[in-house]
Design a protein around this ligand. Structure first.
Ligand SMILES: Cc1cc2nc3c(=O)[nH]c(=O)nc-3n(C[C@H](O)[C@H](O)[C@H](O)COP(=O)(O)OP(=O)(O)OC[C@H]3O[C@@H](n4cnc5c(N)ncnc54)[C@H](O)[C@@H]3O)c2cc1C
Length: 398
């Protein structure tokens, strides 16, 4: 039985661990639980400490393919683990009204057109029936919402809202049921030799494995575990949680809006958080304005808890755009997206014994499929899939 360690117990690591364990490997998953607070935070943080992530057909075909393969297994995952981690909810993605195709002179709207075209085409490829709604149709369909002039919306009915914390729980329940062991420790050293991989833990213990998968998410470069830096940029992002009275205060899709403030963002409909309260979750394009380069920069930024001006912005935006909603208060949370230079996941081997998965933009919706592909690659050393491996090969920073 092959002895394999997975470093990182986030969505990608837990999914990889499950597929490895269910394939018969002897698996150990290393990774700490979510810190209780961000105040004074030291060390690694992650991209998945939240209750709502979108799973939806994407303008990028690779992301759509991997996402749909994963989504097709959600029901089985939930049933076998006993953990319900997703719910159906439509998504509305706004575009400038000029996103009407050829002939436009304006570069941003021709880009918008390609995005809209791609969303519609890929949605139909996966058997979905998206709608494009003009201004009048938007007002009629969503009377609780106020839309800026000159915008149209692509309504994707088949979207899901995934709770990433519960997705991780479901994957780990099944990984453990298949024999995996969980160790709530950080890995601080990785030495790969011809015959084994030796890991050093934060408490000083060492352990050796036949193979290892590095799934350390936003901490991948900061951890220093790899021989070189992966070509991905980590950002210090701010999530704004606005408290509302309950799930029914507004009828709205998950809303990818456009706005002059950092280009727009996403508002997720009322969702319950671990404090049992209900929040609108908001994030603007500001989330890609603060690149972080080292472990020190990451922990320093996480300790701030996020950018308070974003809270002011969203209180004003929600009062204007969802006027029926009474906001009781709000707060910010830090989050760490990371963007690969290819915009799609890295699923690769660093050497014969060390595998790697990195996807910090849409990784929740694709996690179970990234985990399946990485488990197979790690076990067999071979890429066998209809998707060309070139698409998901790791890129190293120059
Ligand atoms: C604001 C925001 C919005 C997003 N929206 C979406 C969305 O709508 N849909 C979607 O699909 N995705 C979304 N994402 C992206 C998604 O959250 C990430 O792709 C996903 O979390 C990546 O999972 P991961 O397991 O690779 O990394 P992470 O979630 O970062 O988890 C990595 C884990 O590894 C652990 N770790 C790190 N270093 C070590 C170490 N040295 N030893 C042991 N453990 C270690 C960490 O503690 C952590 O638990 C969003 C991200 C953000 C920040």
């Amino acid at each position: 039985m092959m002895k394999i360690a997975v470093i990182g117990a986030g969505p990608l690591g837990s999914a990889t661990a499950r597929h490895l364990a269910e394939s018969g490997a002897h698996v150990t998953v290393f990774g700490p639980d979510e810190p209780a607070t961000f105040a004074g935070h030291q060390g690694t943080w992650s991209g998945h400490y939240d209750q709502g992530r979108m799973a939806v057909t994407d303008p990028l075909l690779v992301a759509s393919i991997l996402g749909h393969r994963a989504m097709a297994r959600y029901a089985d995952l939930a049933m076998r683990s006993g953990v319900t981690f997703s719910r159906s909810h439509p998504q509305l993605m706004m575009f400038p009204d000029g996103a009407t195709g050829e002939g436009t002179q304006e570069p941003s709207s021709s880009h918008a057109y390609r995005m809209l075209d791609a969303v519609l085409e890929h949605s139909r490829t996966f058997g979905e029936t998206p709608e494009v709604l003009d201004s009048a149709q938007l007002h009629a369909r969503f009377p609780d919402m106020r839309f800026a002039a000159n915008q149209i919306g692509a309504l994707q009915h088949d979207a899901l809202i995934v709770n990433p914390r519960l997705l991780v729980r479901a994957e780990l329940v099944l990984a453990e049921a298949a024999g995996a062991t969980r160790v709530r420790e950080l890995v601080v050293g990785l030495e790969s030799t011809a015959s084994q991989v030796r890991l050093t833990l934060a408490d000083g213990f060492t352990a050796s494995f036949d193979k290892v998968v590095v799934a350390t998410g936003a901490g991948t470069n900061a951890s220093g575990l790899l021989p070189a830096r992966v070509d991905t940029t980590v950002y210090g992002a701010t999530i704004v949680l606005l408290e509302v009275d309950g799930p029914d205060v507004v009828q709205m899709p998950a809303w990818m809006y456009l706005d002059s403030h950092h280009g727009g963002g996403l508002i997720t409909p009322p969702t319950q958080y671990p404090d049992r309260r209900w929040y609108l979750k908001c994030a603007s394009g500001q989330l890609l304005s603060n690149p972080l380069h080292s472990a020190g920069e990451i922990s320093g930024w996480v300790s701030t808890g996020g950018e308070s001006s974003e809270l002011d912005y969203f209180q004003e935006f929600v009062a204007r755009s969802l006027p029926a909603v009474q906001v009781r208060g709000g707060h910010t949370r830090p989050c760490l997206p990371s963007i690969n230079t290819t915009s799609v996941p890295y699923i690769d081997m660093v050497d014969e014994r060390v595998g790697l998965v990195v996807e910090g933009e849409r990784g929740v919706m694709m996690a179970d499929e990234i985990g399946r592909l990485s488990a197979r690659l790690t076990l067999t050393g071979e890429w066998r899939d209809s998707l060309d491996h070139h698409e998901v090969a790791v890129r190293w920073a120059a």
